[in-house]
Design a protein around this ligand. Structure first.
Ligand code: NI
Length: 267
């Protein structure tokens, strides 16, 4: 029964993600036309380090569905903590959840974020699916600009709230594409710009994980005082390598993820 609910949640997360980021659906279709069946490596979520919506709160429905916490990550410069979760069913994606450490922001940014959090309906936080509730607050364009200037991550959260930040194609499962370079070339040729921050490919076989991602296309978001275009969601690509013991590496590489976060930076 819990698996059924999890499938439904994953399906709705994909529907919301592709509505915001139609390029993911196009890339999906492009791969399917080659006869590929896409396996999702992981889904990523973002949140704030407030007890009402911490990583634990976002993870709760997944943990109830059988997911287990595996590793912790820290991003000093971006002021983020993250954890990843895995399910015993290898067909289910890993779940990667990061949170912005609010006490490390300026007092101005903290005050703006507290205002947003207090604006949200208290029932939002008791919903079993906070991860898919969208934006439960209503910032002004000025709030957004001020937060994004200090932390791109805070700006993205203020504008878009709770939803899948990205899904990830598991490159190992592709039959007609044999490297991340090859997939990147295909994506570029199809007209989707890639994140080149720190190089198109983040990571190496030596750290057992290579990743790349599209740049999040901008979307129009309605703020309290009008519409504004902001970076939305992106699609990621991951190729994993076996550890010395022969098991495929299932974790994440902080140095690479740090650059992947910048796929939603304003340009
Ligand atoms: Ni990712």
């Amino acid at each position: 029964m819990s698996t059924f609910k999890l499938d439904s949640l994953l399906g709705r997360l994909w529907a919301d993600f592709t509505t915001l980021n139609p390029q993911a659906q196009e890339i999906h279709a492009l791969l399917e036309r080659r006869g590929e069946t896409i396996v999702n490596d992981h889904i990523a979520f973002r949140t704030f380090s407030d007890p009402r919506m911490s990583i634990d709160v976002i993870a709760a429905p997944f943990v109830r569905g059988g997911y287990v916490e595996k590793s912790h990550y820290h991003f000093a410069q971006k002021k983020l903590d993250a954890r990843h979760y895995e399910h015993s069913d290898p067909g289910l994606p890993k779940i990667f959840i990061s949170e912005l450490r609010l006490p490390e922001l300026s007092t101005t940014a903290q005050a703006t974020i507290q205002q947003l959090l207090d604006d949200a309906d208290a029932e939002t936080w008791s919903s079993p699916e906070v991860c898919l509730c969208g934006r439960p607050w209503n910032p002004t364009i000025g709030d957004y600009e001020q937060l994004a200037a200090e932390s791109e991550y805070a700006g993205w959260m203020a504008a878009l709230g709770f939803r899948a930040n990205h899904f990830t194609v598991y490159v190992n499962a592709l039959k007609t594409i044999h490297s991340l370079e090859e997939l990147n070339a295909l994506i570029r040729q199809a007209g989707f710009p890639l994140n080149t921050e720190g190089g198109e490919i983040k990571g190496t076989p030596q750290v057992w994980l290579e990743q790349s991602s599209t740049l999040a296309p901008t979307i129009e978001v309605l703020f309290r005082d009008g519409p504004q275009r902001v970076p939305g969601c992106y699609y990621e690509f991951a190729r994993r390598y076996p550890l010395p013991d022969g098991q495929i590496f299932n974790g994440f590489v902080t140095q690479s993820a740090d650059k992947i976060f910048q796929s939603t930076d304003r340009r």
